[in-house]
Design a binder for this molecule. Structure first.
Ligand code: SF4
Length: 441
């Protein structure tokens, strides 16, 4: 049996300079399962290899095709499944990943055989055990499958984080020179927990693992990091800085084992604002950047998001991270009710705080979140590739679409001229494009 594992992507307007390219971690986890069963496989991620899916499919001729991707890649995933079935009707097509976990119905297509909608590692292992036999598929929790043109959805399964093996990073080691987060490269990504215990109403991440926050042991996490052959490690938990004791344990273990890496982590503002002593310690073990979901600059807007954090904590976060020489990347949301003056307030706040690195997303209700139901009837754009937080999917409530887009993109133009951090990154990448370096398209 030959298995082709594919990470699917849809390009955005930022794809020319591709600020972030990471290893396909979920596929490297699946690789450990295939290694154990001595099954031949090949991982393919177009952002890392540059080849087209069609080329790779023809070269490899798989018996099983596994496709994953985010919400923007739904159409790409379905197109790849069609292509594969057209070229070889016998190929088994399996879809997984974070979008399939909550919105598995989006993949009820003629050219897809199985959808793994929870506990992906276990789901693949079980499918291998039954050799993708439809008669036995009814026994496997966490999957949906098509039998006689009818989709059957089996019960969900929660992942036991204690059972998660270390990922096989052979693919990363081959292509790590192409991985990056802004100016940091090579860069590995590490996941230490699933889901999030907070209840921000716009958030998709907290819906994963059936909304159950579950952590890996710090011993296993540090063991994984120690083995990574790259200077930068991005901990991609939806929020890594959550539990004070767990973070103290992480700091202690990294020191004890003398692990020398530079880290990028996600945090909430309340953690940074209320744990300055830990931020100092994190800086001392190599944390160089903290990405923080600030969302809004006013308390009333934060309350609307059920964020459970305050505008004052946003300010304290900026001050504390600056004091300890940690780069802050702040994430904001431009509300659908924004007026030009709301955009101005946000820009003014960013300027007053002297933020260099930040992104603003257009408010987008994501299918599966509690907010989606409130907006469902008003959603005007349903093409998945446009659900990238850079397109309006709802009609702005107080200004025209054109005005909204102008105000929105002005934030990025201003950032380019104001921020050395961003300018250095953009100019370096433009230079590389002209030199023909990399494989930017
Ligand atoms: S936005 Fe952040 S803190 Fe809120 S639920 Fe999502 S991951 Fe958790």
């Amino acid at each position: 049996m030959k298995v082709l594992l594919v990470k699917c992507h849809k390009k955005t307007i930022f794809s020319k300079i591709e600020p972030i390219i990471t290893e396909p971690l979920e596929l490297e986890y699946l690789a450990t399962i295939l290694n154990k069963d001595r099954i031949n496989y090949r991982i393919y991620d177009q952002l890392l290899e540059g080849k087209s899916f069609h080329e790779v499919f023809h070269e490899y001729l798989p018996d099983v095709l596994i496709l994953t991707g985010y919400i923007t890649a739904v159409e790409v995933i379905i197109a790849h499944s069609r292509y594969a079935k057209d070229k070889n009707p016998k190929v088994k097509v399996v879809v997984g990943g974070v979008h399939a976990e909550v919105n598995y119905q989006d993949f009820f297509a003629d050219t897809i055989d199985f959808i793994v909608h929870s506990d992906g590692l276990n789901g693949l292992q079980q499918l291998l055990n039954i050799n993708f036999d439809l008669e036995q598929a009814v026994m496997i929790k966490g999957i949906a499958f098509k039998k006689k043109d009818q989709w059957q959805v089996n019960e969900k399964r929660v992942t036991n984080t204690a059972e998660i093996p270390l990922p096989d990073r052979s693919y990363f080691n081959k292509y790590k020179h192409r991985t990056k987060y802004m100016n940091y490269s090579p860069l590995a990504i590490v996941k230490t927990a699933l889901s999030c215990p907070y209840q921000c109403n716009f958030c998709y991440c907290k819906m994963l693992n059936q909304g159950i926050y579950s952590t890996r042991s710090i011993e296993a996490v540090v063991e994984e990091i120690e083995k990574i052959d790259a200077p930068y490690v991005w901990i991609v938990d939806d929020s890594f800085l959550l539990d004070r004791n767990r973070i103290l344990q992480f700091i202690g273990m990294v020191k004890l084992k003398e692990v020398k890496k530079k880290y990028i982590v996600y945090s909430r503002v309340d953690f940074v604002a209320n744990n300055e002593d830990l931020i100092e310690k994190l800086a001392s073990i190599g944390v160089i950047e903290v990405i923080v979901g600030m969302e809004a600059v006013e308390d009333c807007q934060l309350e609307n998001f059920n964020k459970n954090a305050s505008a004052y904590e946003n300010i304290r976060t900026v001050e504390i991270l600056k004091k300890h020489n940690i780069t802050l990347t702040a994430l904001f949301i431009a509300g659908i009710n924004f007026t030009s003056s709301d955009f101005r307030n946000m820009r003014r706040w960013i300027k007053e705080m002297a933020l260099e690195s930040y992104t603003v997303s257009i408010f987008t209700p994501i299918k599966g979140t509690s907010q989606y139901k409130d907006y469902e009837e008003k959603i005007q754009v349903k093409d998945y590739h446009k659900i990238d937080f850079l397109h309006l999917t709802l009609k702005p409530e107080k200004i025209s679409k054109l005005r909204f887009y102008m105000e929105f993109y002005y934030i990025y133009v201003e950032q380019f001229f104001r921020s050395k951090y961003i300018r250095r990154f953009v100019l370096k990448n433009i230079k590389e494009m002209f030199k023909g370096g990399g494989h930017l398209e």
